[in-house]
Ligand binder design. Structure first.
Ligand code: 5GP
Length: 198
């Protein structure tokens, strides 16, 4: 059995990454979404262990020291990180793993796993992004301004990504993400062991 694919998704906060990912998880078997650890407090409706593992800074820093993160970064004043053990276990079982992480973390993953595929999800426009962040009603104007500023900075990293998905219509964005997952599964390196006589 070949290893699963590591699919890294970045994109501004509020662009709808989680919704696109949820849509794909509903319709694709053998795909695992990696639940990150964060020191950010939960937003209304977020559930510990489902959206994130919510931990405090001391615990996060201990986990950094123990090398438990595949990657981690600070984003608008909080730590976010991906558990190395869980991701590696899933990949070894042939399961594809999706990470929803910001650009510094994505760069760390690409350095350590060159075969990872990176996807940047963009909104149709910045105005639309600002509108979606306000509509969410979860962050103060100051936090929203911070997230928009960060989004502009992150756009500079787009040329490093393998794919761009435009989240204008949810169905279409989900289909594009599914297409990347499927294409990865068809790669010769993943399938050659199944073919007799090669
Ligand atoms: P939010 O606070 O809106 O849930 O997430 C803020 C940013 O942190 C998003 O861009 C999200 O992709 C990113 N993020 C979530 N989990 C991780 C992680 O484990 N590592 C890194 N580097 N970024 C993450």
């Amino acid at each position: 059995m070949s290893q699963g694919s590591l699919i890294v998704i970045s994109g501004a906060s509020g662009v709808g990454k989680s919704t696109v990912i949820a849509k794909v998880l509903e319709s694709c078997a053998d795909v695992y979404f990696s639940v990150s650890c964060t020191t950010r407090p939960p937003r209304a409706g977020e559930v510990d262990g489902v959206n994130y593992h919510f931990i405090n800074r001391v615990e996060f820093e201990e986990r950094i020291q123990r090398g438990e993160f595949l990657e981690y970064a600070q984003y608008v004043g909080n730590y976010y990180g991906t558990s190395r053990k869980i991701v590696e276990e899933q990949l070894d079982r042939g399961i594809d793993v999706i990470l929803d992480i910001e650009v510094q973390g994505a760069a760390q993953v690409k350095d350590n796993w060159p075969e990872a595929r990176t996807i940047f999800i963009v909104p149709p426009s910045f105005e639309e992004l600002a509108h979606r962040l306000r509509a969410r009603k979860t962050d103060s104007e100051e936090k929203i301004a911070g997230r928009l500023q960060r989004a502009r900075e992150e756009y500079r990293e787009i040329p490093r990504y393998d794919y761009i998905v435009i989240n204008d219509e949810l169905e279409k964005a989900a289909e594009e993400l599914r297409a990347v997952l499927i294409a990865e599964r068809c790669r010769t390196i993943k399938r050659i062991a199944l073919i007799e006589g090669v």
